[in-house]
Design a protein around this ligand. Structure first.
Ligand code: ATP
Length: 375
């Protein structure tokens, strides 16, 4: 794979060289506790799949199962359709980049990158060639002789990435690789990994608890909770059409409004919100008239209205504060016991705190769930 860096053709767009990864019904238990609870996921050749979820949801356990450090109680890991469960980590064709750089401190950058190749008994000339190519791919060719302690955190992580890529892995596993880096370095390395991944068509799994990172890096994201996958979709789909209230709250900000279905109007529902408004909503789900529902509205789905502009589809509230964020305004609003966040374009000065009304924008497509899904 990295051999393509040997020629100017290395600058050509990615060839579809990636491999397919399947996780099929993976279950992992630590004693009595189930850490991964029957996860089935596929990663297409050349795709980055992010495993996103709160601390303890099983992301790292799932990744380590793919890597071969953990033997699952049930389920299979397959690469290009062939089970790899019987293979030890070193024989699985996976490259791993961890949160901590995990470089050998007494070895130079080049020696660190060479390590995996030498352990696999590759001929010396090939090792030299691949180390050079891997360091060049992460733009660290000028640092080959440096020890890790003479490199910044971001540079060390680039070397760790070069080491993972040098073995030409079928699958690249990234376990919170940016967590130890400050914001600027993090963005640098995110771009770097995305660039390399695109260029070489590497299939990758990225573990992160950072939704922005998952949004920007991943082709698809699997949102996990309690050892299970609640949704796997393209980032924009997860944001626009969350599968569960948990996903709606974990990915992006979600305003939760309870209500009751008043009537069916064609393909839409008229919902009476508890905050005191009646709104028309579309939903792919089916609801019965009278059913209790939960509306999850994004901050940009809602708008402030004048306190005197009473309409059936808006409700009374109090503006606590408006924060100008460049060209936008974030309003912090309370409607009885319900707290709401609104996001609007800013025109001039922020409005003063006090009585307002809040309306659901007619173009908004908030997610609607049965009230019982609210957990
Ligand atoms: N070696 C272990 N022994 C016992 N329990 C463990 C072990 N490793 C993880 N767990 C538990 O398994 C569950 C899943 O842990 P895991 O590290 O996979 O979650 P995670 O989503 O990666 O979390 P984080 O984002 O905090 O790294 C957690 O409840 C955790 O406490």
């Amino acid at each position: 794979m990295l051999d393509r860096t040997d020629t100017p053709a290395a600058l050509a767009p990615a060839a579809p060289a990636g491999h397919r990864l399947d996780m099929d019904g993976i279950r992992v238990r630590y004693g009595q506790a189930t850490a991964v609870d029957g996860v089935t996921l596929s990663v297409e050749p050349g795709e980055i799949l992010a495993l996103l979820g709160p601390s303890g949801c099983g992301k790292t356990t799932l990744l380590r199962t793919v890597a071969g450090f953990i033997r699952p109680e049930a389920g299979r890991v397959l690469v290009d359709g062939a089970p790899i469960g019987h293979l030890p980590p070193g024989k699985r064709g996976v490259g791993i980049v961890f949160q901590s750089y995990a470089l050998f401190p007494h070895m130079s950058a080049a020696e660190n990158v060479a390590y995996g190749l030498e352990a696999r008994g590759r001929p010396k000339a090939e090792v030299i060639r691949r180390v050079e190519a891997a360091l060049a791919a992460v733009r660290m060719e000028g640092f080959a002789a440096r020890r890790p302690r003479a490199l910044s955190g971001g540079q060390q992580q680039r070397v760790a990435l070069a080491r993972a890529l040098a073995i030409e892995p079928a699958i690249l596993l990234l376990d919170e690789p940016f967590a130890a880096l400050d914001r600027a370095l993090r963005l640098d390395l995110q771009l770097e990994i995305k660039r390399i991944q695109r260029r070489f068509g590497v299939t990758a799994v990225l573990v992160t608890h950072d939704q922005d990172e998952a949004m920007s890096m991943a082709d698809r994201m699997a949102v996990m909770r309690g050892g299970r996958v609640e949704q796997v979709d393209a980032p924009a789909t997860v944001y626009d059409s969350p599968a569960t209230p948990f996903v709606a709250g974990f990915v992006g900000t979600s305003n939760r409004l309870h209500g009751r279905v008043e009537a069916r109007e064609g393909a839409d529902y008229r919902v009476r919100l508890d905050v005191g408004a009646s709104v028309i909503l579309a939903s792919p789900r089916g609801f019965a008239v009278g059913e209790r529902v939960l509306l999850c509205a994004r901050p940009e789905h809602l708008a402030l209205r004048d306190a005197t502009a009473e309409t059936p589809e808006s409700w009374p509230a109090r503006l606590r504060i408006s924060l100008p964020l460049g060209p936008a305004l974030v309003h912090d609003v309370e409607a009885g016991a319900t707290e709401l966040k609104l996001h609007e374009a800013r025109h001039g000065q922020p409005p003063a705190p006090g009585p307002v009304r809040v309306a659901l924008l007619p173009t908004a497509r908030p997610a609607l769930f049965p009230a019982g899904d609210d957990a």
